[in-house]
Design a protein around this ligand. Structure first.
Ligand code: F0G
Length: 481
């Protein structure tokens, strides 16, 4: 809850307290340097024991509530017909106003099911913006992705409150030129991950879905980041200022033909699922659940996680639960802006997104500005962020590099995990890094996997810059970690 101090400063006061904690470890500088080399300069390959603040992602790392933990003890273990599943199904039906639910082990599993069922070779999926695993599944099934986010969505700084909104004129144009029969579906991701956790307005979703439905095009909603998006709808979209979060969920659940989500994000648990009102779509997809996930009453999730998810989805309807990440992101964004560091604005959900295009503008984009910044930040702070730039893209069909439109270092703020002193710590170390940014150099691949290379690819620095960066750190901070 934002509260004002006597000085006028606004503070994101936490509306929860810590009752279980995990010990953290901040390695000495030399060990961080060594760990970064052993991880092939890829923050995905760092061992968590070598990480101080894990800001890689919020996926499966959000703090659970005591009600979620308590519910996990009351789970009904059964391969088929578990009471736990029926509780989760009932929750989803009630919150989103739908009739059918299919469980899956996580978000990308839902994407596999949707893409295997609906993407035909040569077809195009229209969407505001792709997510890495979504695009990979579409391409694997012979499809292509065309992104139609509003142009402001790809500008680092804008005043637009909903930068994830679709460009409606582009949507009409793409349908006209491609032909509805060549479009497998319209997919809307809200919030929009890769452009900086930026929200989508209900008004825009209504308009886009209507156009698609009139043209007979299937509509798919990726609700993985809905928690933050709900907060922004409530705060930034006039029509919804007095609408309950439950009513917003009901409207969104009913709007789309199919909704899917990663429960590693939405609902603060681990798992995923698809829900819908159309029985024909449910029947088309259900066969793939036992094939890839597990029986239709667990879909690869443990019963304990399903119980936690049911509670987590209800808790998501509490403004003090969903406000925590956006308010902390805003706090970090403000700290960095005060230090004149370019970050994505307006501040969104998921995490703070540092503009590596500017931070490392002395590095050629082919040498992975955001990847270099991610590893430099780890060396300077022990904090692990995630590259969301060219490394996260797939190469073009002819093997050439696909340069990303935005080069971002994402510092994710999992729900209820970090404190304000953690936020201040990373802001301070990034400010130091910005002052010394000329010392950061580029990276090149030494091992480049063909699919989703950002996950386990290995890179090396183009010079001995990590050592020089560490030497400067030592000079400035002495023995301080
Ligand atoms: N869609 C969106 C918008 C996501 O952010 C993610 C995951 C997925 C789908 C896939 O879900 O991981 O459960 O298979 N995003 C994570 C992240 C990995 O770190 O942003 P999943």
């Amino acid at each position: 809850m934002p509260v004002k101090f006597r000085s006028g400063e606004c503070i994101p006061l936490e509306m929860h307290k810590t009752r279980v904690i995990q010990r953290l470890n901040l390695l000495p500088l030399e060990d961080r340097l060594k760990a970064s080399q052993e991880a092939g300069n890829n923050t995905f390959l760092l061992k968590n024991r070598d990480v101080f603040l894990d800001m890689l992602t919020d996926s499966g790392t959000n703090a659970m509530s005591q009600a979620q933990l308590a519910a996990m003890l009351d789970a009904d273990d059964s391969y088929a017909g578990s009471e736990t599943f029926y509780r989760l199904e009932k929750t989803i039906k009630e919150i989103f106003g739908v009739n059918f639910f299919l469980p899956a082990h996580q978000g990308r599993a839902c994407e596999n099911i949707i893409c295997q069922t609906f993407v035909k070779p040569g077809q195009t999926a229209l969407m505001n913006y792709h997510f890495t695993t979504t695009k990979a599944h579409i391409m694997r099934n012979g499809g292509k992705v065309v992104e139609i986010v509003r142009k402001e969505g790809l500008q680092v700084n804008s005043d637009l409150p909903f930068k994830g909104d679709l460009d409606i004129a582009r949507l009409r144009h793409e349908i006209e030129t491609l032909g509805a029969e060549n479009i497998c579906f319209l997919r809307i991701e809200a919030g929009t991950n890769l452009i900086g956790g930026q929200p989508v307005s209900v008004g825009n979703m209504r308009e886009a879905v209507k156009i698609a439905k009139d043209a007979g095009i299937l509509t798919v909603f990726d609700a993985s980041l809905l928690s933050d998006n709900l907060y922004f709808i409530k705060m930034r979209e006039k029509e919804f200022g007095n609408t309950s979060l439950k009513d917003i969920c009901l409207e969104l659940g009913r709007l789309f033909d199919i909704t899917y989500f990663s429960a590693r994000k939405l609902g603060c648990a681990r798992g995923g699922g698809l829900f819908m009102n159309r029985e024909d779509l449910y029947n088309e997809m259900i066969g793939l659940v036992p094939l890839y996930e597990g029986f239709i009453t667990y879909g690869g999730m443990s019963v304990r996680e399903m119980e936690a998810l049911s509670i987590g989805l209800w808790e998501n309807l509490d403004i003090h639960v969903i406000e925590q990440t956006p308010l902390f992101v805003e706090a970090l964004v403000n700290e960095l802006l005060a230090a004149k560091i370019s970050v994505v604005t307006p501040s969104g959900g998921l995490g703070c997104h540092v503009n590596a295009m500017e931070f490392c503008d002395h590095i050629p984009q082919e040498q992975y500005r955001a990847g270099a910044l991610a590893i430099a930040a780890y060396i300077a702070s022990g904090v692990r962020g995630m590259e969301r730039g060219t490394i996260s893209e797939e190469r073009n069909a002819d093997g050439s590099e696909h340069l990303a439109e935005m080069e971002l270092l994402r510092l994710a703020l999992p729900k209820r995990v970090f404190s304000l002193s953690h936020v201040k710590y990373i802001a301070d170390r990034l400010t130091w890094l910005h002052e010394n940014r000329h010392l950061i150099g580029g990276l090149r691949f030494t091992l480049e996997p063909k699919i989703l290379r950002f996950f386990f690819g290995k890179l090396e620095p183009v010079s001995d810059w990590p050592q020089r960066l560490a030497d400067k750190f030592k000079k400035d901070f002495g023995d301080s970690l």
